[in-house]
Design a binder for this molecule. Structure first.
Ligand code: OAD
Length: 245
């Protein structure tokens, strides 16, 4: 793929880059996306049945077991060239922030350091009642297991529909977007707010905005440049083109 000269020159001189990622960046690692018709997790399950506090109250065992199944899938997968390319960009610019909606930990495994996980991390567990992270608990027959502090139910430390993002996560991300030189939106359908509002912080501040996605999204018509295709192929090519020397 060839890239516009404006993009290459801007990347070469950029001091601050912010990247927003979604499930598409992990698709080539074998993690199902949420909304892709064929393989998306949501194609087989109704999200309202699984990813809301109400669903958990209604059927805690089913929700806990569904997340345990996803946790096992995610434990076995590895970062792909797209994740590694982003970790490489972080090493080349003065300030870099990766805001991810993914809960799979693959960015950190690839070596990214400055990461905000705005939808949490599936490998962490917290108490449903107290909202504090719990690292260890007694193994009993209880499903879900019980909080060792209060006896409440344990749940994955991820953001469910209708819940707030982790404290300060959106504000910190938006501030970084407003003050960057280049903004990327990669592998996200740009449908789920408030994360989907972040690109508009860049657009409203006339920051060079680039989308990388396998398909068009509601954001595509607004960005300065969009590159259509798999992030795991496009990102390494972009890094090579911009930082060849
Ligand atoms: P989606 O499943 O909504 O969108 C995935 C996007 O990735 C789509 O736009 C695809 O076209 C694109 N895509 C697929 N494969 C790709 C590839 N190899 N390279 C580049 N792009 C590719 O996932 P998200 O946008 O992440 O939230 O979904 C946002 C949030 O909705 C999730 O974090 C989750 C979900 O409900 C919560 O659970 C709170």
């Amino acid at each position: 793929m060839s890239f516009p000269e404006e993009v290459i020159r801007k990347l070469q001189t950029a001091e601050r880059i912010v990247v927003l990622t979604g499930a598409g960046i992990s698709a080539e690692s074998g993690v199902p996306t949420f909304r892709d018709a064929q393989s998306g997790l949501w194609a087989n399950y109704d999200p309202e049945e699984l990813a809301t506090p109400q669903a958990f109250r209604r059927n805690p065992r089913m929700v806990w077991e569904w997340y345990m199944m996803r946790r096992e899938i995610i434990k076995k997968v590895k970062p792909n060239p797209g994740h590694f390319a982003l970790a490489g960009i972080e090493k080349r610019v003065t300030r870099f922030l990766l805001v991810t909606q993914n809960i799979d930990n693959l960015h950190r495994l690839a070596g990214s350091e400055n990461v905000i996980e705005i939808h949490g991390n599936i490998q962490r567990t917290k108490c449903f009642d107290e909202d504090v992270v719990i690292d260890t608990w007694d193994t009993t027959d209880d499903v879900p297991p019980r909080c060792p502090r209060c006896g409440g139910m344990l749940r994955p430390d991820v953001v469910w529909f209708g819940e707030m993002l982790p404290s300060g996560a959106f504000e910190k991300s938006a501030e970084a977007v407003r003050n960057c030189d280049v903004f990327f939106s990669i592998g996200t359908s740009s449908l789920v707010y408030p994360a989907a509002a972040l690109p508009y912080e860049a657009l409203n501040n006339r920051i060079l905005s680039i989308e990388i996605n396998a398909e068009a999204t509601p954001l595509t018509v607004h960005v300065d440049h969009h590159f259509r295709g798999p992030a795991g192929e496009i990102l390494p090519q972009l890094v090579a083109a911009a930082w060849r020397a």
